[in-house]
Design a protein around this ligand. Structure first.
Ligand SMILES: *[C@@H]1O[C@H](CO)[C@@H](O)[C@H](O)[C@H]1NC(C)=O
Ligand SMILES: *[C@@H]1O[C@H](CO)[C@@H](O)[C@H](O)[C@H]1NC(C)=O
Length: 383
């Protein structure tokens, strides 16, 4: 099967035709790790290393150091299992050291979409957008540190569309490896409830609404007041944000009352601090002007019980005077993002039944909207 003009993966990800040859499966390696939670129930933890990923030079005319890979059937740690958590990072291929802003390397985006299911927020029958992560490298832990028996039910033949974007701002090409630690339990263990991911975005449920114009320095972006209306009951156990540099806080409201506020932290460790002049040439590495980038964002846990008809909305506050925005690979200020991934848990039996009944989403419809949003196009060959 061949899709033409399939835009970048998760509705917001940039890609160009020139990058299409980088799409498809990446080599991978799987290493077992010590599980963190529910070991007594047989949980497993693995690190999957995807790559090597060869990043072009930041001075390369065509790519500006930008690498993108989209794979419609990505290697996941298990099938017929419950994924209870995941966390990504980037390391250099040669010495295994962390690759981050201090090295002028960015994990721009990494996101998953389940092609075998239908999205819960966009009514246009899109595939199920599960999440997106960025250089903040958030941990998604559905067990809330082992206090909640919950996970994302993955079936053996589900196809997960993974989109990866990495930016190299060094003059020399670099080789990195994307590592993702996954924790999971085989099968659908007793008493584990099923996580349903809901993508709440200031651009609206189907990403059709405009953002504040580029160049706006201080603003609040609000999703539509109609929000996402819950069609079923569940527990909103975890809300994980994805925002960009410049963000000061993001709020989720239930029936117009704020129930979750996520606040980013900047430059908590030296890995998340870059220096002015480093990018695209790196000639004045010693400059004293430091740039502090988002290094973590607080998440909300055990947020609320949801019943049918409940309305969830999002508002996100940016202040570019306070926190300089990132430049994209073309050297322009990158577009703002403001998304919160709501993880709503439904009771085990009902959750399993809903997963089993779910239908594949329409990737064409999804990618058409993404193309309209002007985030580039490419060709994806289904492996
Ligand atoms: C998921 O979709 C793929 C591709 O269409 C298909 O081969 C596979 O059987 C589907 N899996 C399930 C569980 O429906
Ligand atoms: C998928 O979406 C496209 C574009 O909106 C539409 O033309 C096509 O009929 C849809 N396919 C199915 C199977 O619904």
């Amino acid at each position: 099967m061949r899709f033409s003009r399939i835009a970048a993966a998760l509705g917001t990800i940039r890609a160009t035709l020139a990058q299409a040859p980088q799409d498809g499966p990446l080599p991978y390696k799987i290493e077992p790790l010590e599980p963190k939670y529910f070991k007594e129930l047989g949980s497993q933890r693995v690190k999957i290393s995807y790559g090597p990923i060869n990043l072009p030079s930041g001075n390369d005319e065509a790519s500006h150091g930008h690498f993108s890979n989209r794979n419609l059937n990505s290697k996941f740690p298990c099938g017929d299992c419950i994924i209870t958590g995941w966390t990504p990072t980037l390391v250099f291929a040669d010495d295994g050291k962390l690759a981050n802003a201090n090295n002028n390397i960015w994990l721009h985006h990494i996101g998953f979409t389940n092609l075998n299911r239908t999205d819960h927020a966009c009514e246009n029958n899109w595939p199920e957008r599960m999440n997106v992560n960025g250089n903040e490298r958030s941990t998604f832990d559905f067990t809330l540190k082992g206090t909640r028996k919950a996970g994302y039910l993955l079936r053996a033949t589900d196809h997960i569309f993974m989109a990866i974007e990495v930016l190299n701002m060094n003059p020399a090409p670099r080789t990195v490896i994307l590592t993702i630690e996954f924790e999971y339990l085989p099968g659908t263990p007793a008493n584990f409830d099923i996580v349903f991911p809901v993508w709440l975005d200031v651009k609206g449920n189907c990403l059709a609404n405009p953002l504040p114009p580029k160049g706006t320095r201080v603003f609040t972006a609000r999703g539509p007041t109609t929000g996402w209306v819950a069609p079923w009951s569940g527990d909103l156990i975890l809300a994980v944000p994805h925002i960009h540099d410049g963000n000061t806080r993001q709020e989720i409201s239930l029936n117009d009352k704020i129930i979750c506020t996520s606040v980013p932290a900047y430059g908590e460790t030296s890995e998340f601090v870059s220096h002015k002049g480093d990018s695209h040439g790196g000639h004045d590495h010693g400059s004293s002007e430091h740039h502090y980038h988002v290094s973590s964002i607080s998440q909300c846990e055990n947020v609320a019980k949801i019943v049918p008809g409940n309305k969830l909305t999002i508002a996100s506050h940016y202040d570019m005077e306070k926190h300089a925005p990132m430049k994209d690979h073309g050297g322009e200020e990158e577009a703002v993002m403001a998304i919160q991934f709501l993880h709503v848990v439904r009771p085990r039996e009902e959750g399993i039944a809903a997963v089993m009944a779910s239908k594949p989403g329409n990737l064409t419809a999804f990618s058409e909207q993404v193309s309209k949003n002007g985030v580039g196009a490419g060709t994806i060959v289904v492996p």
